[in-house]
Design a protein around this ligand. Structure first.
Ligand SMILES: C[S@@+](CC[C@H](N)C(=O)[O-])C[C@H]1O[C@@H](n2cnc3c(N)ncnc32)[C@H](O)[C@@H]1O
Length: 376
């Protein structure tokens, strides 16, 4: 603790720390608001495992009772997914009115302002117009264009840009369009669970993607809500010698039998977490499914938790503590748990302190970058 106190003599770190502690701890769950979706993205984890077989309850009372139960259990934060949550705006509002929350949408239907003012809305995109239309719009619908239109000038919107190794050259254009649209940007990494291969094959590695993300952060520091540090941890799947996987992931459904052994292995985990299927009765192993191979899971929010719950190894130096504290702050900020308008003013300084100072060591082994060169 005295080490932390010493690091917090830095006024900027103290400011971040005080904002977070004033808000208090997060007790999160994830819920699918509906089993239905208006598109079929290629390799979507939700439909790959047919999680839509768990139908959302028809009765409003069942839904309300679920929220009551979670509130009584101490849950104070809900990540709302699906299916496509914008298809059920009334239920979305019920969540918003009672919890800190985040909704993830494909952007095809606009979540209205009225009643949803200030809601953190994560809008998914998988590439520039042609790529996104191919991967998400069945080759016909320009889903990215519709999202841009629906959220033009809307500061609630944070684009969640799922990048792929072979489409690194699109990053600059996509980020530029999102920023010009008056929105914020975060990143995600595509897990090629349906083995499409080629440009979307995660096995090529995300080294070049990370370097491009750094360039975007340098260009738009006031608009990017992911730090270089978090991106590199996700891409490398490594944290202080620990490898990403079921043994180390911290966001696992705590009362799911498949996780029982893992939760005894001494590594940290979030004791409140449950990932609810759309029926709101059954749960799955983790955010990303029951069967998902952790080797192709680059789910950014789960990696945020991995970093946040591993404070101890980040205490060795002020820089490492800064990496940890800014991760925590970016999580609170993206989810509007701290004051959003004031917090985004701090983004340039957060990035200044967390961007690599030099080229540094490659995130991934050199042979991965060579493989990548074949794709580009
Ligand atoms: C299943 S979707 C549900 C929410 C909403 N329908 C949407 O499209 O954003 C949740 C998130 O998972 C992401 N996702 C789905 N399959 C993925 C995959 N194979 N790799 C990386 N992200 C994926 C989507 O891009 C989206 O951001």
């Amino acid at each position: 603790m005295s080490t932390i106190r010493q690091y917090l003599e830095d006024p900027f770190l103290r400011l971040l720390y005080e904002d977070i502690t004033a808000a208090g701890p997060i007790r999160p769950i994830q819920m699918d608001l509906t089993h239905a979706c208006n598109i079929r993205c290629q390799g979507c984890y939700f439909f790959s495992e047919e999680l839509d077989r768990h139908k959302a309850p028809k009765e409003e009372e069942v839904f309300d009772r679920f929220l009551d139960q979670e509130e009584a259990r101490g849950t104070n934060f809900i990540t709302v997914l699906g299916g496509e949550p914008s298809l059920m705006p009334e239920r979305l509002k019920k969540v918003y009115d009672r919890f800190w929350m985040l909704v993830v949408t494909n952007g095809l239907r606009r979540i209205p302002q009225e009643g949803f003012e200030g809601m953190p809305i994560v809008v998914s995109v998988w590439g520039d117009h042609e790529t996104d239309t191919r991967l998400r719009g069945n080759g016909k619908v320009d889903v990215f264009a519709r999202g841009l239109e629906n959220y033009r000038g809307d500061s609630r919107a944070l684009w969640y840009y799922t990048t792929t190794p072979g489409n690194v050259h699109e990053i600059e254009s996509v980020v530029g369009q999102c920023v010009d649209n008056g929105n914020y940007v975060g990143f995600n990494f595509y897990g090629d669970i349906s083995h499409r291969g080629g440009s979307v094959d995660h096995r090529h590695g995300f080294g070049a993607v990370c370097r491009e993300i750094d360039r975007m952060i340098e260009r738009y520091p006031e608009r990017i809500l992911l730090s270089s540090y978090v991106a590199r941890v996700v891409a490398a799947g490594e944290l202080y010698g620990d490898r990403w996987g079921h043994d180390s992931c911290c966001t696992l459904t705590v009362d799911h039998p498949v996780n029982a052994e893992r939760l005894k292995n001494g590594r940290p985990y979030n004791p409140n977490f449950r990932a609810f299927n759309p029926d709101l009765t059954t749960t799955r192993r983790c955010c990303a499914g029951d069967e998902r191979d952790c080797g192709n899971c680059f789910e950014c929010w789960a990696h945020f938790s991995w970093i946040i719950l591993n404070l101890e190894p980040h205490l060795a130096s002020k820089q490492e503590f800064t990496n940890w504290l800014t991760t925590m702050y970016l999580f609170y900020l993206s989810n509007h748990i701290v004051d959003f308008a004031a917090g985004v003013e701090l983004l340039p300084e957060i990035h200044r302190r967390t961007l690599p100072q030099s080229e540094g060591p490659a995130v991934l082994p050199a042979e991965m970058d060579e493989l990548l060169a074949d794709v580009l």
